[in-house]
Design a protein around this ligand. Structure first.
Ligand SMILES: NC(=O)c1ccc[n+]([C@@H]2O[C@H](COP(=O)([O-])OP(=O)(O)OC[C@H]3O[C@@H](n4cnc5c(N)ncnc54)[C@H](O)[C@@H]3O)[C@@H](O)[C@H]2O)c1
Length: 331
């Protein structure tokens, strides 16, 4: 993911590199060669880099287990952070980062790039237009089978912590509300190459009686979904479908009586929604938003103070799996 961020910065007219931190010689060599980086700007630790170069901000793209330590180093030096999701590797480290940002008054923003993907913004546009009325339920299906190495191997719940965080953050983004009860089960398929549990299903109840069901797997053997997954929104005036990164709607008509005397909604033809036109997407959007926050004091959307609510969903679902109970966040 560091590569993606290097490319985002190199492609930006607003931001430039003051230095890099990396502990792996192999990665250092590969990136020097790939991007013609200045080896004098590559450091072995963040404190060493911050002592040597002048930086206005830190982009944090280490595995989640290092997010707290690195965030603390930057925030305590008064330097804002744009940190990859997930905020921390557990709720305690995520909370500690929020507390440190509150205590120092220094911005800490989380990179939830899925919010700024075209299909997601297209759905959000339809929801915000109000034409489909209120949402009653959401169904999300996610199946991918990447053979990930590195830190994923050590996570007890790799799907939930490192992947589904995007989907749960999107639920909050789409609905503009928070869950009031959560229940989940997780398991590891017999063929799983993950040590931790790579599949999970969950039921979440949001404010206003909105239900979301989630089924995901990170060791799928075929017919994968896209990274966003397939989403169905059952709404007052019809259905919104996000399938294979395309968005469709089907509006209902008035109640009709059919030839058998049954009353039901008829439906109009399914139509495809034209993709949202975005000036900036994903990392380039986030980098721009972060730049404006740092230079102009604007408030970004995905601050750690907001993002901990997405992380809390993951943490509550894990509590539900381990306790086999429904979790009520407010109780
Ligand atoms: N938003 C997305 O779509 C997305 C996709 C993939 C990964 N990520 C996130 O990006 C982060 C990194 O994931 P990844 O898959 O690139 O991990 P990775 O293990 O492939 O790479 C991590 C890099 O950090 C370096 N590193 C590790 N500890 C370090 C330290 N203490 N100081 C400096 N460098 C250190 C490693 O040498 C490695 O080069 C994670 O938080 C992950 O969840 C986000």
């Amino acid at each position: 993911m560091g590569e993606v961020w290097i490319d985002a910065v190199l492609g930006s007219t607003e931001v430039e590199f003051a230095g890099f931190v990396e502990i792996s010689d192999t990665v250092i060599r590969a990136q020097i060669e790939r991007c013609d980086l200045d080896p004098r700007l590559i450091f072995r630790s963040l404190p060493e880099a911050l002592d040597t170069v002048e930086a206005d901000a830190v982009l944090l793209v280490t595995p989640p287990g290092f997010h707290k330590e690195m965030s603390f180093a930057a925030l305590e030096s008064g330097i804002p952070v744009l940190c990859e999701k997930p905020l921390g590797d557990n709720l305690e480290s995520a909370r500690a980062i929020v507390d440190k940002s509150d205590e120092t008054g220094v911005l800490h923003m989380v990179a939830q790039n899925y919010r700024y993907k075209v299909p997601v913004q297209t759905v959000k546009m339809v929801l915000d237009s109000g034409e489909m009325g209120c949402v009653s339920s959401i169904e999300v299906i996610f199946y991918k089978g990447p053979h990930l190495l590195g830190f994923h191997q050590e996570l007890p719940y790799p799907l939930l912590v490192d992947m589904s965080i995007h989907h749960f953050d999107l639920m909050r983004f789409f609905l503009g509300s928070e869950p009031v009860s959560l229940f989940a089960k997780s398991w590891n398929p017999t063929w799983s190459w993950h040590k931790g549990e790579a599949s999970a299903s969950a039921i979440l109840e949001f404010e206003n009686d909105v239900r979301a069901t989630y089924t995901g797997s990170w060791c799928s053997t075929g017919l994968e979904t896209t990274w966003i997954g397939n989403w169905r929104f059952d709404c007052e005036n019809g259905v919104i479908l996000l399938r294979d990164d395309q968005v469709y709607i089907q509006r209902r008509t008035n109640v009709i009586e059919d030839s058998s005397g049954y009353y039901h909604y008829a439906a109009e033809d399914v139509t495809q929604v034209p993709p949202a036109k975005l000036v900036r997407k994903e990392q380039s959007y986030l980098l721009h938003e972060f730049y404006e926050a740092v230079t102009q004091g604007k408030s970004p959307i995905t601050t750690c103070q907001d993002n901990i609510k997405s992380f809390r969903i993951v943490s509550d679902l894990i509590s539900s799996i381990e306790s086999r109970e429904v979790i009520y966040p407010d109780k």
